[in-house]
Write a protein that binds this ligand. Structure first.
Ligand SMILES: Nc1ncnc2c1ncn2[C@@H]1O[C@H](COP(=O)(O)OP(=O)(O)OP(=O)(O)O)[C@@H](O)[C@H]1O
Ligand SMILES: [Mg+2]
Length: 274
């Protein structure tokens, strides 16, 4: 662990003339819950996940328990950083595929929703290989949240509420032109409409990996901050450093989650480097 931490620090300190980070709070709004917003949440179709399916898919934060502890710690650090800076939009990405972005996104979303003053909305932005619905155990679905981003479907038709204060936007199929969509004005307007209509305390975006497309880089200026997920034993320090540097030029990097650490045993294999 210390080796990774110091390697990251060395890599960070070597960057010459690292660009300054985005000014905080450009999109800060106070969470307000007027009746009409609450009515919109209440009117959303609901989905009740099966806890056994979630556990099988390594989602452990539906309730507090031994396995939720490291994930709850990550949640708390993320929330503190975001609250202190007035940040509302969080993207979760990784250098390569299968590092655990979707698992981390869902664990954070459920963990945050256990704090009832929060109302997070988790949106699947991996529009090339969507799998949020299957990880959640949604039965065969025709949900296609990308249609909202394309301005072709009403938000309410594509969001599903889980419990009182969590909503998710998932996709049954890949979208047609993900890279262009994630940079489009139509997509930006759709996100603003979601914020205006549902006043989420946080928007969480489950992103594709950075090294296979420009989707994340193109979307980076639409978020306030990013969390990088690395897979122990497969992501290299160089890949992490390259991604962190690229992201750092466009948004705020909250830190690196080291996932799949086998030797951490019961702690679920998560570690966080801010
Ligand atoms: N800590 C962990 N230990 C072991 N396996 C894990 C861990 N976290 C996630 N996985 C497993 O790794 C696989 C990939 O996880 P996940 O779908 O979250 O990754 P991803 O980064 O979103 O992948 P993709 O790049 O395909 O979107 C899944 O089978 C998941 O259950
Ligand atoms: Mg994924």
């Amino acid at each position: 662990m210390e080796r990774i931490q110091s390697a990251l620090e060395r890599a960070r300190s070597k960057r010459i003339g690292a660009p300054s980070r985005k000014p905080a709070g450009s999109r800060v709004k106070k969470l307000a819950r007027p009746d009409e917003v609450q009515d919109r949440w209440n009117a959303l179709q609901t989905f009740e996940p099966n806890p056994k399916v979630l556990a099988k898919n390594r989602i452990h934060t539906l309730e507090r328990g031994e396995l939720s502890v490291p994930l709850d710690m990550l949640r708390t650090k993320v929330l503190q950083l975001m609250r202190n800076n007035g940040w509302k939009r969080l993207a979760i990405t990784s250098p390569n595929s299968s590092c655990g972005k979707t698992t981390t996104s869902l664990n954070l979303a459920f963990g945050i929703a256990r704090q009832l003053e929060h109302a997070p909305i988790l949106i699947e932005m991996d529009l090339r290989r969507p799998n949020l619905a299957s990880t959640l155990g949604m039965p065969k679905t025709d949900l296609q949240f990308s249609k909202v981003l394309e301005g072709e479907a009403p938000i309410a038709s594509q969001l599903r509420r889980i419990g009182a204060n969590l909503a998710v936007g998932a996709n049954a199929s890949p979208a047609r032109h993900p890279s262009e969509l994630l940079q489009s004005d139509t997509m930006k307007a759709a996100l603003e409409e979601i914020e205006a209509s549902y006043a989420p305390s946080l928007l969480i975006f489950d992103m594709p990996p950075m090294l296979v497309s420009d989707d994340m880089i193109g979307f980076a200026d639409s978020v306030d901050c990013v969390l990088l997920v690395a897979a122990a034993e497969s992501t290299t320090i160089k890949e992490l450093d390259d991604c962190e540097r690229e992201l750092g030029e466009r948004t705020n990097v909250l830190g690196v989650v080291l996932n799949k650490c086998r030797y951490m045993g019961k702690e679920y294999g998560y570690n966080y480097y801010g």
